[in-house]
Design a protein around this ligand. Sequence first.
Ligand SMILES: *Cc1c(COP(=O)(O)O)cnc(C)c1O
Length: 357
Amino acid sequence: MINVTKTFLPPQEEYDVILKRAWDTNWITNRGSLVLELENKLKDYLAVSNIITTTNGTLPLQIAIKALGIKGEVITTPFSYVATTSSIIWEGCSPIFVDIHPEYLTIDETKIEAAITSKTTAVLATHVFGNPCNIERIESIAKKYNLNVIYDAAHCFGVKYKHKSIFNYGNISTCSFHATKLFHTAEGGALFTKSKLINDTLFYHHNFGHQGPEAFQGLGINAKMSELQAAMGLSLLPYMGDIMEGRKAICELYNKAFKNRNLQLLKIREYTEWNYSYYPVIFESEIQLEKVKEALEREKIFPRRYFYPSLNTLPYVKNDKKLISDDISKRILCLPLYYGLLQKDVENIIKLVIEQL
Ligand SMILES: *Cc1c(COP(=O)(O)O)cnc(C)c1O
């Protein structure tokens, strides 16, 4: 069976060696030495000034909204994972969907200004599949209208934009370390901000609002990463170079085979060092997508319809049509991509896809 992704697990002995430190100290959560070590190593690896690890990749979105005091309307993308929208609503704000760019698949920055009202306080946009939004344009709109910018960078581990970590952009960026993501801690995530002040605020928010054991700085929640999660991250980190290389080679096979076919591929924005996190293909029609999906599933190959349905059609939001997102989400399929996927299997996937075009 071949799934859209396969969780990379380090050799179990290596995980055990790191885990033993938690047993030796009898300390398995509350920011022990493993979490601190992981944060330090990630700071170096990603070249960021601040990081707060968290227990998943959804709480950082909610904490970011809460910590910045965002209220009212939040401009967001309909083409993302459900957590982007649900976090806005969970925090008592209203998502205002702006359609996406048909090739980059990120929020269409040229349509943001028209969606701004007197209630707009923030933009929450996703760097979809690790492909950056138009960061400069969004930043200048945010300045002009005094809006906060949060990036859902769940897919962006290792992505650089203009030679800097993509996590450096926006007021806050978030990442997911879920088992299906590029770098993982089983469940996990992180918050990033360049601002020391915002970082301090995020920090107390992720730890019940504590300021030391006997005082509280403000409202908080529990989003702490555990030592068991951090041990997974620490044992995975040395393999990230190999994982990226392996994924890159597979993407190149797909690119070569699909280049002159009747198939739309992801257009990566200029100045991006991408991370080979997903391999989406966009078919001419939903019927063609269904045919390809069935042909693959007959051979026990399971691609995924990321992202479907378009989030403006969720049952708990006001459904206003978003022509491009509605259309693309019906025609886009992510093909299997993971370290260790064999070349012969990639070639078989390519053959099965091409046969249906
Ligand atoms: C995975 C994902 C999340 C949520 O991350 P979890 O770690 O699963 O909570 C949020 N946004 C996007 C775009 C994602 O893909």
